[in-house]
Ligand binder design. Structure first.
Ligand code: NI
Length: 184
């Protein structure tokens, strides 16, 4: 099932997501739906809040980047916890399916160690660096209620204000289904 993608301005994107309890929901079905939704929008990562679910889960698929190290980077992270982030910060221009048509440079630590569960509820602790770490950090931010725009300088954010407001009103060109926030 392809979900519409929640976009900038929806309060769910600013909320810290809660852990999933084992057996509470069908994580295999949900991850399949999240992969399908991500692929339909040609993303490389998608977090549950982006489909309107405030739970700690995200999926990644680095294969569209067409780099050798990304060939097997297709994973589901359930109840992840970043244990440490180390290494020099490096800048990279990030985008987000919830913030269409905006790309900005964000600096992040080069390496991380993360603990998480897979869809069979096996626990893992792994280390990542480079683009893999970058994708994980971006998706992890989503379940913490943080968007890449939150990392920008106040000046940069002011420059983007109009564009971001347009996104929250659904006034942006996207070729995948989005869920425009309900303005109360
Ligand atoms: Ni994103």
């Amino acid at each position: 099932m392809i979900y519409p993608i929640v976009v900038y301005g929806d309060p769910i994107l600013k909320k810290k997501a809660r852990n999933i309890e084992q057996g509470e929901l069908d994580v295999k079905q949900l991850s399949a739906d999240m992969f399908e939704t991500m692929e339909s929008a040609r993303g490389i990562g998608l977090a549950a809040p982006q489909i309107g679910k405030s739970i700690r889960m995200f999926v990644v698929d680095g294969r569209p980047l067409e780099e050798e190290e990304m060939e097997n980077f297709v994973k589901v992270f359930i109840n992840p916890q970043i244990i440490e982030e180390v290494g020099e910060e490096w800048p990279f221009e990030e985008g987000c399916l919830s913030i269409p048509n905006i790309r900005e440079e964000v600096s992040r630590n080069a390496k991380l160690k993360i603990n998480y569960f897979d869809v069979d509820w096996n626990e893992h602790t792994e280390e990542y660096d480079g683009m893999k770490a970058r994708i994980i950090q971006h998706e992890y931010d989503h379940i913490e209620g943080v968007l890449f725009t939150d990392h920008l300088t106040p000046f940069k954010r002011r420059m983007l204000k109009g564009k971001l407001q347009n996104i929250s009103k659904g006034k942006t060109k996207v070729d995948y289904r989005i869920a425009v926030p309900v303005i109360k």
